[in-house]
Design a protein around this ligand. Structure first.
Ligand SMILES: [Fe+2]
Length: 437
């Protein structure tokens, strides 16, 4: 094309561009622009929402160590961010080289069986992601070679929930400290508009990137909550070891601590307490006699009733326990249970002669459980009392020795729980102790 021809063509195009448009043409153009603006606005709104979901989730991570809450919120964030039907989280069981199902979300999630386990290999998509450390988008799951139907291995949500059909998914690894610790799945992309129902919504690379960003935070949260749980478990193990130590020292009261824990939890069941309060009662009951470590053996192991001065020594055990354990920060809420379990509702107990509500609730519960077990237990110098007689004795002392509310709970526990047996049977058969835990 010559320079002249080119110039003419450009002039003609320019004239065509600038020529006055007809009314229908202008309307079309305006409508097109409106659609474009609506699309841009929609995309912007979506980005703003995504940012809000991310920052809400980050705020939660900074404020909670509640493992199940963090995991549930992680899946909620996944569904909102990626606009999908449900989400699930698998964690790696390193010993068995398997993934185990940890959490799934919503009604669909509730249908899933918690027993789902997947091998870490290419027989399932989640297993492949855990094995390779690569994220995957699968929009046609029925034809994916890793799909469970071809391999007879459950793939995330689909195999375990009969009414649920997985159409597509994004699956990303959770990585912490250089290792894959699990996988996060977003399942079944939802259409953008309700009107799109019937059209098949697909996952795109943007979804993968979003889920990967979220997975970094989820991995940290999962790892933190694991570390916290381990720490908590070590703490409970230490407390149990201490309780065990006192059982070993005072073999004549064999099983007493375990039974007091059991009776205390049975009573707590009828007191409308929070899970934290119940846990405090459990720990307080475990440790209630730990101060006996400081009581000399000739008094502790005496095979006859104690004399006056010996009683004075024995009555120091709540204070000794308090002195031993008060430096443990994690026990500050349960220490009162140990220190005041021999106080009486009417103020005639020891070590301080506290009265009524001055005595911490944990101690009032342990007091009833402790007294009941002391009565039904056989000692070298006397036979254990019949449970019904011990029960009558507790009820008789309602409002004098014992808190009436706690005695009312004890009455219900005695009628409904396994509390009617003496030391030997309860101690030798741990299943008898498990129903109130
Ligand atoms: Fe005691």
């Amino acid at each position: 094309m010559s320079k002249n021809t080119l110039k003419k063509a450009q002039q003609s195009a320019s004239r065509a561009q600038n020529r006055p448009r007809s009314a229908p043409e202008t309307l079309d153009r305006i409508q097109g622009l409106e659609r474009e603006i609506a699309g841009v606005l929609q995309a912007m709104q979506e980005k703003v929402q995504q940012f809000e979901y991310m920052s809400d989730f980050s705020a939660l991570l900074n404020s909670s160590l509640d493992t199940s809450l963090v995991r549930e919120k992680a899946l909620e964030a996944t569904c909102k961010l990626l606009r999908c039907e449900t989400a699930s989280l698998f964690l790696v069981d390193r010993k068995k080289a398997e993934l185990y199902w940890e959490t799934a979300l919503g009604d669909t999630g509730k249908e899933l069986q918690r027993s789902v386990r997947l091998p870490i290999d290419n027989r399932s998509i989640a297993g492949y992601v855990a094995m390779s450390g690569e994220s995957v988008i699968v929009n046609d799951i029925a034809n994916d070679p890793r799909h469970f139907k071809k391999n007879k291995v459950a793939d995330g949500a689909s195999d375990s929930a009969p009414k649920f059909e997985t159409r597509n998914m994004v699956c990303v690894p959770l990585r912490a400290r250089g290792q894959t610790i699990g996988v996060l799945q977003a399942l079944n992309k939802l259409p953008l508009f309700r009107g799109e129902k019937g059209t098949r919504a697909l996952f795109h690379d943007d979804d993968r990137k979003l889920l990967e960003s979220l997975s970094h935070q989820v991995a940290i949260a999962v790892e933190n909550s694991r570390l916290y749980e381990n720490l908590k478990q070590s703490f409970f193990d230490t407390v149990e070891a201490l309780a065990e130590a006192i059982e070993k020292k005072d073999r004549y009261t064999g099983g007493h601590t375990k039974r007091v824990v059991h009776f205390s939890l049975c009573i707590a069941k009828y007191l409308k307490l929070t899970p934290e309060q119940v846990e405090q009662i459990r720990l307080g009951a475990l440790l209630h006699d730990v101060g006996k470590i400081g009581i000399e053996d000739k008094i502790l192991k005496k095979q006859a009733p104690l004399e006056g001065p010996e009683w004075d020594v024995m009555q120091t055990h709540p204070t000794l326990g308090f002195e031993i354990m008060s430096r443990v920060e994690g026990l500050k809420d349960v220490i009162g249970g140990m220190r005041f379990h021999h106080e009486r509702w009417d103020g005639k107990g020891y070590p301080l002669g506290l009265k009524g509500d001055e005595i911490p609730l944990i101690a009032r519960v342990i007091a009833v459980a402790d007294a009941y077990d002391a009565m039904v237990s056989t000692r070298p110098y006397r036979k254990g009392m019949d449970p019904q007689m011990a029960y009558d004795e507790i009820v008789k002392n309602r409002d004098t020795q014992f808190d009436p509310v706690v005695v009312d709970a004890f009455i219900q526990a005695f009628q409904n729980e396994k509390m009617g047996r003496g030391s030997g049977k309860l101690a030798s058969n741990p299943t008898n102790l498990s129903n109130c835990d």
